[in-house]
Design a binder for this molecule. Structure first.
Ligand code: PHE
Length: 481
């Protein structure tokens, strides 16, 4: 079998893994949820969950990938009898997320262009139009939305085609530091707007009432957020782990990834919420797509010409963050299919590179089909048929999971496949392989595994329980139970 190339350096690996973790989830999910969930109180709950659950699964996935040298599917097959198929839902989740993520990435590209046009004073720019008008047009102009989604997906495919080292690692090693600088510039601008302080206090003011009133609700929100944000249970960390070498300290890397992801969530909050509050936006305009595509655009629009400069900087930043995530999603199925084809053709001469080409193309096309449907649907604005919707309509109430195509794909991946896969991975490591299996792998670099005892207790008892709880919470939320 041809040797797979991996990351050239630990820095490259870290940038790729942090790049995968940092994405739309951090920018539009974290700040609002933190504000709603009680500010510092939410952050505390989030960090405890990240330590007891997120880091445990993340470390397990990295170790699984590195120890077996396999992809998201073969890694499980190599080590387990009972859990040998757990990698399959992870690969499916990666493809599903890639589909709707590309639709959203396409919207970001459109906003980037709208601001470029605004700056140039071009007719196709944002000039003078408010955020809600622009967003309505973005959702209902199906052709443009599909085109932009296709551009985003094509950019993703090109980076993946260049390979792990020359494509993903290089892109992330340059892109992530650039992203941080841009984020800092936006924060400076946002926090010096008159009235910005209210945004910071919304986000950071410790308020324990949400914890007292609905502790389980906060736990559930923080849990779901953490899962998606850390890119766990989607095959990404297993695949990336297989591209690292024996010298790297997996424990330290895990901690660095979790801390960086949380830090970027906090920084993103300091960039978007003060600006939204300075504008006096109502609270429901600070959540999800509305925050990014209506409220913030209004902020930029209200600043005159320099606003467009900040708009360009901001949407470029979001596109970068989204791309570093989407390449990781595409790499998961591509690595699996390429490895499989190479293993099957052992003995015969097959060019691995051309296989990789073919599979990248095929998966991109597959994700492209779902992306097209998601764009045509425009978050439900265009009245496209959505599976199961009419069934529920007849009964009177439509649960959120089939509100629109994006919600449906999100439910299948984030609501179902990921928590289930994460739970099974944890059970496999804790009970079939035993915690020492991961312990040995961590120590192989010569590193000390100081928190081993803590890890062992978590992976067997605490983490699976939290996972079960998150799965239940997700199902309840999506199905509106
Ligand atoms: N972590 C990414 C974000 O926060 C999303 C993601 C999920 C990326 C699963 C890869 C795999 O936006």
């Amino acid at each position: 079998m041809e040797k797979r190339t991996g990351f050239a350096s630990n820095f490259g690996f870290l940038m790729a893994a942090i790049g995968s973790a940092v994405g739309l989830g951090n920018i539009w999910g974290f700040p609002y949820r933190m504000g709603k969930g009680g500010g510092f109180a939410f952050l505390l709950v989030y960090l405890v969950l990240a330590a007891l659950c997120g880091a445990v699964v993340l470390l397990g996935e990295l170790a699984l990938g590195r120890r077996t040298g396999g992809n998201a599917v073969s890694a499980y097959q190599a080590v387990s009898r009972r859990f040998k198929w757990v990698g399959v839902p992870a690969v499916a989740a990666a493809v599903l997320i890639l589909s709707f993520y590309s639709a959203l990435g396409g919207y970001c590209i459109r906003y980037l262009m709208l601001n470029v046009g605004g700056l140039l004073g071009a007719g196709w720019g944002a000039g003078g139009l408010d955020g809600s008008t622009l967003f309505a047009a973005t959702l209902t102009q199906q052709g443009a939305a599909i085109g932009n989604g296709a551009i985003f997906l094509a950019l993703t495919a090109v980076i993946v085609l260049f390979g792990v080292r020359r494509g993903i690692e290089r892109f992330c090693s340059v892109g992530m530091p650039v992203l941080l600088v841009m984020l800092l510039i936006i924060i400076l601008r946002a926090c010096t707007l008159p009235g910005a302080g209210a945004g910071l206090s919304f986000m950071f003011k410790p308020d324990f009432t949400p914890l007292k009133e609905d502790f389980l609700g906060v736990l559930k929100t923080a849990g779901g957020q953490m899962f998606f944000s850390l890119s766990i249970a989607a095959g990404v960390m297993v695949t990336y782990g297989s591209y690292t070498d024996k010298r790297q300290d997996l424990g330290k890397n895990t901690v660095l990834i979790v801390i960086s992801d949380t830090a970027v969530g906090l920084l993103a909050g300091m960039a978007v919420l003060p600006a939204a509050f300075a504008l006096g936006a109502p609270e429901d305009a600070m959540r999800g797509p509305a925050l990014l595509f209506v409220t913030l655009q209004d902020v930029f629009g209200s600043m005159g010409r320099t606003g467009y400069v900040f708009g360009i900087l901001f949407y470029l930043l979001v596109v970068l963050a989204a791309l570093a995530s989407s390449v990781s999603m595409l790499e998961v199925p591509v690595a699996y299919l390429t490895d499989r084809a190479l293993a099957r053709s052992e003995g015969r001469k097959t060019a691995g590179a051309s296989r990789r080409w073919l599979y990248t193309l095929l998966i991109t096309l597959l994700a492209g089909v779902f992306c097209t449907v998601t764009c045509a649907d425009g978050l439900g604005s265009n009245g496209l048929w959505v599976p199961l919707q009419s069934l529920f309509r007849a009964r009177g109430e439509i649960p959120t999971f089939c509100d629109c195509w994006l919600d449906l794909l999100d439910f299948l991946s984030e609501g179902l496949l990921m928590p289930l896969g994460g739970l099974l991975t944890c059970l496999m490591i804790g009970w079939e392989l035993k915690p020492d299996w991961v312990g040995d792998e961590v120590r192989r670099s010569g590193a000390r595994f100081g928190a081993y005892r803590f890890y062992a207790v978590c992976v067997r008892y605490i983490t699976p329980l939290i996972m079960l709880f998150i799965l239940w919470g997700q199902l309840k939320d999506f199905l509106g139970l």
